[in-house]
Design a protein around this ligand. Sequence first.
Ligand SMILES: N[C@@H](CCC(=O)N[C@@H](CS)C(=O)NCC(=O)O)C(=O)O
Length: 234
Amino acid sequence: MATGVQEVLPPALDSTSDPPPVFDGTTRLYISYTCPYAQRVWITRNCKGLQDKIKLVPIDLKNRPDWYKEKVYPANKVPSLEHNNEVKGESLDLIKYIDSQFEGPKLFPDDPAKEEFAEELLSYTDTFNRTVYSSFKGEGEAGTAFDYIEAALSKFNDGPFFLGQLSLVDIAYAPFIERFRAFLMDVKEYDITAGRPNLATWIEEMEKNEAYKQTRQDPKELVEGLKKRYMAQL
Ligand SMILES: N[C@@H](CCC(=O)N[C@@H](CS)C(=O)NCC(=O)O)C(=O)O
């Protein structure tokens, strides 16, 4: 399927749903529609045009089917990928795995300087997320994390993305920046793009990407989800 084609998304499976025929040779990507980690892998699949090769299996995390832990992924988290009779997890590992093991445009650089910077940025994602989530709870400043992103975006001047062209780095950050931007604007009236022109352009360019667009949820619902989780502590 071409990257621009709108896919009809299947309904999420819950505790009343039968399991798919696991280990029948089908490659399956287990996700939740609202999980930012799963979204990373879903975007990668779409960017590589693998909609027909990797079947999307959405799970309702609030009413999880027992078979998911028992038959598919004992860690009981999303995302996971069923491929070649194995199930693998961890979003950052999965986006690299899909990029290297499947066809479609390469999303990781060959250039050694870009590769080194890509690894640095990928290893910063957990710190970035922790810093911003802590600020939701009133601990520390989110601004430093966004300043790091703003500076990183001007390292290579050959495109609007972290490494110039779209890569796994953009894909790793996009689901989180999307949520953080909406939440901070709504709850704290803080515009993360104010005074950060590189970040503003990056968001604009990401939003034009069809593969990413198809994975996006209603920002209002994302904000509601985050509010439920963090508002009690605000
Ligand atoms: N480090 C994991 C995190 C995945 C994760 O925490 N997923 C959440 C949903 S957003 C989950 O499955 N939570 C269910 C649980 O922990 O029981 C990754 O990068 O894939």
